[in-house]
Design a protein around this ligand. Structure first.
Ligand code: NDP
Ligand code: 8X3
Length: 252
C-alpha cells in the first residue's frame, strides 16, 4: 500500500486529493493548520478507511512544525511515496505600489519557503529508498504574469523554476518531480485572496464554468499512477472557457 503526503489538506485541491487517494486504498498523511476541517472530512470516510488517514496540524511556514510532524509519523506512514506540495495562497490583488507587505510575506513564506521546508524534510527518505514522486502545485500565474498579480505571480514563477531544478537534482535518484499549473478553480482560493470578501470572490467565476477541486485530484491521481518510465512533468489545466491568465469567455 502506497503513502501520499498532502500539504494544505483542509480544503480545495488538498482535501479533494486526500479523500480521493484514501478512497482508492492509499495511506494519506494530511497536513494543514485547520485540524478540525481535516477531522471533519476524515470522519465522512468509511470506518476502515479512516485508519488510512493520519492528520497533523502543521503550518508549513514553520520549519520546526514541519520537522516535528514528520518525526512524529507512525512507522506505518513514515515511508512516503508521493509528496503533494499544495499548501499555498494568493493574498490580495493590488498594484505593486499599494500591496500589503503582510500579504507579500504570507505568500512568499507559504508558497516558496513552506514548499522548500517540506521538500527538504521529506525528500532525503526518497533519495535513500531510490524512489518517489514530488508533485508541486504551481499555477497559470507561474507561466504568465497578469496585472495586480505581481507577488503571487513571483511565487508561482518560483515554483515553476524550483520544479525544474528539483527534477534536475532528483531524477538520478529515481524520483519524479512534476508540476500541475491550474487556471481558475472554484475553491476557497478567491475568498482567501480577497480577505473574506465573498462578493469579490464569486465575481471571479461570474458567467463561466471554473474547474472544481476534484478535477485537480483526478489529475494528481493520473500523474502519480502513470507508468514508471513516464513523468507528466508540467501540466497546464484550464477551464475550457479560459484561454490565458487574462482571457476568459463569460457567456453564461
Ligand atoms: P484553498 O484556499 O481551498 O486551499 C488552500 C490550502 O492551503 C488550505 O488547505 C490551507 O489550509 C492550506 N494552507 C494555506 N496556508 C498554509 C500554511 N501556512 N500551512 C499549511 N497549510 C496552509 O485553495 P486551493 O485548493 O485552490 O489552493 C491550493 C493550491 O493551488 C495553492 O497553492 C494555490 O496557490 C494553487 N492554485 C489555486 C488555483 C485556484 O484557482 N483555486 C489555481 C492555481 C493554483 P489551512 O488554512 O487549514 O492551513
Ligand atoms: C490561481 C489562478 O489566475 O487566479 O493560481 O492566478 S489565478
Amino acid at each position: 500500500m502506497k503513502t501520499i503526503l498532502v500539504t494544505g489538506a483542509s480544503s480545495g485541491f488538498g482535501k479533494a486529493t486526500a479523500l480521493h487517494f484514501a478512497q482508492n486504498g492509499w495511506k494519506v498523511i494530511a497536513w494543514a493548520r485547520r485540524l478540525s476541517s481535516m477531522e471533519s472530512w476524515r470522519s465522512e470516510l468509511a470506518p476502515e478507511l479512516q485508519n488510512l488517514v493520519h492528520l497533523s496540524e502543521v503550518d508549513v511556514r514553520d520549519l520546526s512544525q514541519v520537522e516535528a510532524a514528520f518525526s512524529a509519523l507512525p512507522s506505518a506512514f513514515s515511508s512516503i511515496d508521493v509528496l503533494l506540495n499544495n499548501a499555498g495562497l494568493a493574498a490580495g490583488k493590488d498594484p505593486v505600489h499599494q500591496g500589503l507587505i503582510d500579504d507579500w510575506e504570507r505568500m512568499i513564506d507559504t508558497n516558496l519557503k513552506g514548499l522548500l521546508y517540506v521538500t527538504r524534510t521529506v525528500s532525503p527518505g526518497m533519495v535513500t529508498r531510490g524512489s518517489g514522486h514530488i508533485v508541486n502545485i504551481g499555477s497559470i500565474a507561474g507561466k504568465e504574469p497578469y496585472p495586480d498579480g505581481n507577488v503571487y505571480n513571483a511565487t508561482k514563477f518560483g515554483v515553476d523554476g524550483l520544479t525544474t531544478g528539483m527534477r534536475m537534482d532528483l531524477a538520478k535518484f529515481g524520483i519524479k518531480v512534476s508540476q500541475i499549473c491550474p487556471g481558475m478553480v472554484d475553491t476557497e482560493f478567491s475568498e482567501v485572496r480577497f480577505h473574506g470578501d465573498r462578493e469579490k470572490a464569486s465575481a471571479v467565476y461570474h458567467n463561466m464554468t471554473p474547474l472544481v477541486a476534484q478535477d485537480i485530484a483526478d489529475l494528481v491521481w493520473y500523474m502519480v499512477n502513470a507508468p514508471k518510465h513516464v513523468n507528466l512533468a508540467d501540466v497546464l489545466i484550464l477551464p475550457s472557457e479560459q484561454a490565458s491568465a487574462t482571457i476568459v469567455s463569460r457567456r453564461g
